[in-house]
Design a protein around this ligand. Sequence first.
Ligand code: BGO
Length: 281
Amino acid sequence: EHGLTFALAGNPNSGKTSLFNAITGARQHVGNFPGVTVESKEGTVKVEQDTVRVVDLPGSYSLTAYTLEEVVARNYLIDHRPDVVIDVVDASNLERNLYLTIQLLELGAPVVIALNMFDAAEKNGMRINVEELSRLLGVPIVPTVARTGQGVEDLLRAARDRGLDKSQWIARRFEYGSDVEKAIKGIQESLGGLARSWLPLTPRWVAMKCLEDDEEVIKKLKTLGDGVQKVLQVTAKAQDKIRKLMDDEAENVIADFRYGHINGIFRSTVRQRKRPRLDMS
Ligand code: BGO
């Protein structure tokens, strides 16, 4: 008995609810996340000898601080640090869904991907090289069809294995171009010891969030007292510089680089058959 917790994260309509139901069956209860009207669902599942707690996070497209769902999902991950984050990805909308994935990896979460709607993707003529996708993202991937339960046992075993190798949170590093990298570095240096409040998240992550004008991170930063003014000044200067150099807001520049990374991964792992197979059913 290892007392593992899996959290389910994913875009709305990725099949997260179906997967949660397929995993937990009737062993679930519904409540709210503390202090907000966002529904929280929890359940349990037995994976071989282990009874695993499964938490369904609110569906979200991103881990920025723009919607309540995003903030709740992100805060849960940071505050509770589940042993595994099962990222439910709609395979038939792979490119769009990977935007959340990349942010989970930036955060350092121990991710296992449920490549859901695999049936729909195949029906649409998509051929996904799952092994290569797994290699490029650096995480285990299990194709699933949540509606029928296909792949769910394999997914749970993969997640259990990931959870048992005492997965620490290790931020994945994606590059955002020399201008952004310089800005991040400058903010990171100005943060000094303040970044410790976000452990196990890295100073790089905190600096990036400052640059992106992340309301939640900046709000928390402002409670930390000494040195915060300096960080805010360095951040504002860095944002100005990027605005001048790139003619756009830093957060958009960073988002574009994320999309670029995703597009590269997508193009080297997905082939589209010209004519989708006809559905005779
Ligand atoms: C309807 N494959 C396929 N083909 N469909 C799936 C899969 C899968 O692997 N997984 C889920 N679905 P949610 P979120 C529906 O409800 O779990 C379907 O938002 C319908 N409903 O059955 O709700 C699932 O929690 C009428 O579809 O997603 C659901 O992430 C006609 O994807 C939808 C067609 O799943 C969203 C579908 C009355």
